[in-house]
Design a protein around this ligand. Structure first.
Ligand SMILES: C[S@@+](CC[C@H](N)C(=O)[O-])C[C@H]1O[C@@H](n2cnc3c(N)ncnc32)[C@H](O)[C@@H]1O
Length: 278
């Protein structure tokens, strides 16, 4: 596609998004009854190459045991199970690489959770990382486009509530994130938009694309000793995210490419963390 065609394409996306995003905010579509149907008889690791399966099965077993996910494992689909374990493994690696500790009661925010298909992993991480007794958690997911309607005529919000099930201390908040000074010990930004074309293709108006302001809002919202965990897809996005952190004067604590053993996406996942002086 030529530069001109690309420009026109994004202009059209922006015009469409400027019309239908406010409509979604006006109608706030919700419909009861979204449920995840388990299919426990399927082996979730069957699609993996034979030589990788034993390592994947052992790692999954360890995560399920350490983070008390047996009930969740029996209640979800094989793909959702694997994606949750992938997120859990990635975020566990991020905490370990950042050399921090978590308090006994923890307040955390996830910025841009979409339909929160990975909320079970987040809650389990907060509740059980390096502790024999479960922590009390207050996990808040801030989603700026919660009323997008999916093909099953349920909104993103409906799906998120379905994924949360009966997790205590977890709240899905249908609005954009704004700074709450010193409010959180941990903030997740899992695949924030770094490039404007991704933001537009996901259906948001161009005026809402403010990656530097959002990054600063997250950074200002951390308590002393609190950690920001950012995950990006692909080397190019990772490099651009690093540049954003540097431009905002946010010091990087850890940076790594995550091992895709439990779930292979078309682009590798890269992690960056930043810790506020405590
Ligand atoms: C690429 S998606 C990532 C979804 C999810 N975190 C994941 O791991 O798959 C980015 C999400 O961020 C949301 N978003 C963008 N700007 C936001 C903001 N200022 N506050 C809250 N959510 C935002 C978008 O609507 C979208 O759902």
């Amino acid at each position: 596609m030529s530069r001109r065609e690309n420009f026109l394409r994004h202009l059209l996306f922006d015009v469409r998004n400027r019309l239908d995003y406010p409509l979604r905010q006006l109608f706030r579509w919700r419909r009861a009854g979204f449920r995840i149907s388990p299919r426990p008889e399927v082996d979730p690791f069957a699609p993996l190459p034979a030589e990788e399966r034993p390592r994947a099965v052992a790692l999954a077993g360890r995560l399920v045991r350490d983070y008390h996910l047996e009930e969740f494992a029996a209640q979800t689909t094989p793909v959702n199970y694997r994606e949750n374990l992938f997120y859990l493994h990635l975020l566990e690696s991020a905490l370990e690489a950042s050399q921090i500790s978590l308090p006994e009661e923890i307040r955390a925010a996830d910025i841009g959770p979409s339909h929160w298909f990975y909320v079970q992993a987040l809650a389990a991480l907060l509740r059980w990382w390096r502790t024999p007794h479960p922590r009390q958690i207050d996990l808040q997911g801030y989603e700026i486009d919660a009323y997008r309607v999916y093909a099953d005529l349920h909104s993103r919000y409906d799906h998120a509530i379905g994924h949360i099930r009966d997790l205590p201390g977890v709240t899905y908040i249908p609005r954009g994130f704004s700074a709450q000074p010193l409010a959180f010990h941990l903030i997740f930004m899992l695949f924030p938009f770094v490039f404007s074309q991704d933001h537009l293709e996901w259906g948001l108006p161009g005026s809402l694309f403010q990656p530097r302001a959002l990054l600063q809002a997250a950074w200002q919202s951390l308590q002393p000793g609190g950690l920001l965990i950012i995950v990006n897809q692909g080397e190019e996005e990772h490099a651009a995210q690093r540049a954003l952190l540097e431009a905002e004067g946010i010091p990087i604590r850890a940076a790594f490419r995550h091992d895709p053993l439990l779930f292979r996406y078309s682009l590798d996942r890269f992690v960056l963390t930043a810790c506020r002086d405590g």
